[in-house]
Design a protein around this ligand. Sequence first.
Ligand code: IPD
Ligand code: CA
Ligand code: CA
Length: 261
Amino acid sequence: MKLTSANINVMVKACRKASKILIRDFGEIEKLQVSLKGPGDYVTASDIKVEKIIIDELQKARPSYSILSEEIGQINNDESFRWIIDPIDGTSNFLHGIPHFAISIGLEHKKEIICGIIYDPIKDEMFTAEKGNGAYINNQRMRVSSRAKLKDCIIFTGGPKYGSPNSDLSLEEYKKFSSKVTIPIRKLGSGSLDMAYVAAGRCDGYWQRNLNYWDIAAGIILVKESGGFVTDFSGENEYIQNKTILVTNAKINNEMIEVLK
Ligand code: IPD
Ligand code: CA
Ligand code: CA
């Protein structure tokens, strides 16, 4: 049976409230006011509205916790607990009317992620995990896939644009990877959902460069609690912010490390 903690309940409540606005705005996407924040990185009126609702809800329930959120940045309070928020992960999809984006909230305690929630409001899929208590999709327990050979797998990757200076994935790296394997590589446009899908066993691995902490904070605990691995490309270190991230079902970890060399 699923155990829900008070912190998960707080996160779910904040997500559900914010997602009402998100769903409404998605329906009215053409009317949205859009401003360019940087190459491949847009900020919309929705990002800001959704972020505000989430932060208000979290602060109401846990006034002492610190916050790191994509649009607003850092709010310093309690040094040991911190919410890590991406109000819309998959903004380009959102702006183009593609129904694949999510709200992502992680909770850190003494620099370790202990709870995570990724909510896809269009598919109404709530991915949750808490340290030591497993990972769930809606109310069902999740496990990573059991595929043990890379040749049988689907792998995700991401990045705003191939070859752009800010790219999470250079064209050269993509070419190198795909020249070594003949498997489907998918780029769905939401790093948090990419990680949630590894946790749910829908895909088997994910790699990317230059992600921000809010893109992956919740995903880290989802993958770990589902039996997967989250490391850098070498497989030896914990994921390092803005460097490289490798997420796998554990079984294909060594093969992925070899291919990424
Ligand atoms: C982006 C998405 C995308 C990833 C980019 C991220 P955003 O986040 O997670 O999948 O490839 O690197 O910046 O901008 O939609 O919150
Ligand atoms: Ca993001
Ligand atoms: Ca975002």
